[in-house]
Design a protein around this ligand. Structure first.
Ligand SMILES: Nc1ncnc2c1ncn2[C@@H]1O[C@H](COP(=O)(O)OP(=O)(O)OP(=O)(O)O)[C@@H](O)[C@H]1O
Ligand SMILES: [Mg+2]
Length: 253
């Protein structure tokens, strides 16, 4: 199993959108992919399995001692989805208590169908307990930032400045700069700054693209809905790098 954890210092930066689209793009590259939602907003299933109406998910499974495979549903493009599902407050708290490191690791492994299956995890913003445990198990961590003043103000201090330090210091954590809009000067300046000072640390950028938000609203992935569009190319490029980084047999780049 290869665990990829997607997180962000701020909310609303595009984590769920990226998880859903990267999952489909990785599946199209032939990888087995299960996307797991650790956010009680339960939004991932609306992007990846919009027809699925049963709100049973990993929160209720965990609280009731059931395997996470009971929560898995078939999603878009052959991706499997383990939704967070509906859960009462006691169930949510019980999930947090029960998912100490070993239990979390076992639950994730139970989803695995092959050694190189990618489990891609969507999370809540910030650094909660489950988030920290997930990251300690992760093979790769993606931190999503917006190309705006708010995200850039956070970047130098976030995780002790990790995002702006040499990749050799922590080679498994990558940034993703989302909603890059070349029509806006600040957005251009931020992308140029990242390209100059932290190119290795950032696995890619994703342009601001209304088609991406519209596809998400329809429950479609951008690589299926508008494969020639700007953001589809960005998603494909990031998926390609993720595929290479997580392949058991690395492909020469
Ligand atoms: N590159 C993009 N271009 C245009 N819109 C985008 C882009 N990325 C995300 N969005 C839109 O931004 C909004 C927030 O995205 P999303 O829900 O994926 O963020 P999030 O980080 O998961 O939020 P939360 O922290 O609440 O879980 C959505 O409406 C989404 O469609
Ligand atoms: Mg989200």
């Amino acid at each position: 199993m290869v665990l990829v954890v997607v997180s962000s210092p701020k909310g609303g930066v595009g984590k769920t959108t990226l998880v859903a689209n990267l999952a489909v793009a990785l599946r199209r590259r032939g990888r087995q992919v299960t996307a797991v939602d650790f956010d009680s907003q339960n939004a991932l299933r609306f992007l990846l399995a919009p027809e699925h109406e049963d709100d049973f998910g990993i929160a209720r499974c965990t609280a009731r001692g059931l395997p996470w495979t009971s929560a898995v549903v078939a999603g878009r493009g052959g991706v499997r989805v383990a939704p967070y599902g509906e859960a009462t407050t006691p169930e949510r708290l019980r999930m947090k208590d029960l998912l100490e490191e070993d239990a979390l690791s076992e639950a994730l492994s139970s989803l695995m169908r092959s050694d190189d299956e990618i489990i891609i995890a969507d999370t809540t913003p910030g650094e909660g307990r489950i988030q920290q445990r997930l990251e300690s198990l992760a093979d790769l961590k993606l931190i999503v930032l917006l190309a705006d003043a708010g995200s850039m103000a956070l970047a130098p201090a976030y995780r002790d400045g990790l995002l702006l330090r040499p990749i050799t210091e922590n080679p498994t954590t990558f940034g993703v700069l989302n909603q890059v809009d070349p029509r806006r000067r600040l957005s251009r300046d931020i992308s140029e700054f990242i390209a100059t000072h932290a190119a290795d640390r950032f696995i890619g950028i994703v342009h601001y693209d209304e088609a991406l938000a519209e596809a998400a609203a329809r429950g479609e992935s951008i690589v299926e809905a508008a494969p020639q569009g700007l953001s589809a190319g960005d998603i494909e490029a990031i998926a390609g790098r993720l595929d290479r980084l997580t392949s058991r047999e690395p492909v020469a780049s």
